[in-house]
Design a binder for this molecule. Structure first.
Ligand code: ADP
Ligand code: MG
Length: 336
């Protein structure tokens, strides 16, 4: 059980700054997801918390105490990586017990902890197997078990599900969420997958090129993105961006109007904008219709199974003005 504070964290590799001052106060038991595209600095941030990378400026605090100078093993943190590299020649039991053996815990205590974790992870029947005799999901659970047995104050996850196929990823996502709830361990979880972020996070940090563009609860971030980057990254399909001039509006060069695909409707002749259908994707529960409006591609999301318009059809687009998001040339949201 612990609080975790990142206070104005910065990281440079040589003369290249890759983290530009990230701050967040994480409550005891909170599940925080760091989400952003590849290369934005997610792993670097996590590794600074773990003590695997030095901190260039700022402070990491666990339960209010600075840990910048502490060795990884003295931070009472457990990390689950993308390549969770189990020892191939060791049984599941020994893989889970390894860290505790190194720490010279008495054998009976190790057994009790491993068996408890195996119960939680439904690995009881597999304790004598070798990793190669397990499915991808079971291996992932062993990696989780290795972290759990240490009873850490903080869990760190770096894209732990990215090696699994799509269906298993969904299942493991639910398991991780449930496990984190049951254990109540403060968690910091890195992913590039915005759906994973939306479903797992109590709050998420949306990273853009080494900066935290926005921090908030998933639905708040979705409903009220503070930058064009966040509007384009969170939500699927992504937000449509239009130059205001297309609507005959005056705005500075580089300003954009954002409207989510689910907030666009096909209107009657004389609506706000006319587009020509490029293609349509009927997906059953929803349909995505892509249109060209001037030089811009615009996507409309329609709920339910319905007839989709044909290629080349000319349609009018409409929307409720309340759904418009205005962004300035610097990408910041303009309110009012
Ligand atoms: P992410 O996990 O979001 O994909 P990383 O944190 O791995 O991103 O990397 C962020 C940036 O820092 C990238 O531009 C990457 O090339 C750079 N970087 C990461 N580790 C090092 C390193 N050891 N030396 C130099 N540059 C690095
Ligand atoms: Mg990474």
């Amino acid at each position: 059980m612990a609080t975790l504070t990142l206070d104005s964290l910065e990281k440079s590799f040589g003369r290249t700054k890759v983290i530009h001052g990230v701050s967040i106060d994480i409550r005891d038991g909170e599940f925080i997801v760091i989400v952003g595209p590849s290369g934005c600095g997610k792993s670097t941030l996590l590794r600074m918390v773990a003590g695997l990378e030095g901190v260039t400026a700022g402070e990491v605090r666990i339960d209010g105490a600075r840990v910048n100078e502490k060795e990884p093993m003295d931070r009472n943190i457990a990390m689950v990586f993308q390549n969770y590299a189990l020892y191939p020649h060791m049984s599941v039991f020994d893989n889970m017990a390894y860290g505790l053996k190194i720490a010279r815990m008495p054998r009976a205590d190790i057994r009790a902890r491993v068996e408890e974790a195996a119960r939680m992870l439904q690995l009881e029947q597999y304790l004598t197997r070798k990793p190669r005799e397990l499915s991808g999901g079971q291996r992932e659970r062993v990696a989780m078990g290795r972290a759990i047995v240490r009873r850490p104050s903080v869990f760190l996850f770096d894209e732990p599900l990215s090696n699994l196929d799509a269906k298993l990823r969904v299942q493991m996502r639910l398991e991780i969420k449930q496990l984190q709830r049951d254990l109540g361990v403060t968690s910091l979880y890195v992913t590039h997958d915005q759906v994973e972020a939306m479903t797992l996070a109590d709050r998420m940090i949306v990273m853009n090129d080494g900066r935290a563009d926005q921090i908030g609860a998933p639905l708040d971030v979705y409903a009220d993105p503070q930058t064009a980057f966040v509007a384009g990254f969170i939500g699927s399909p992504p937000t449509n961006f239009l130059p205001p001039a297309l609507l005959g509006r005056n705005a500075p060069d580089g300003a954009r109007l954002g409207i989510r695909p689910e907030n666009l409707v096909f209107g009657t002749e004389g609506g706000r904008l006319q587009g020509r259908v490029l293609n349509a994707e009927p997906l059953g529960a929803e349909s995505l219709i892509h249109l060209m409006v001037g030089d811009e591609m615009v996507t409309v999301r329609q709920e339910g199974a319905q007839r989709v318009p044909g290629q080349g059809e000319e349609l009018w687009l409409d929307w409720d003005a309340a759904h418009e998001m205005q962004f300035g040339p610097d990408g910041r949201r303009l309110h009012g």
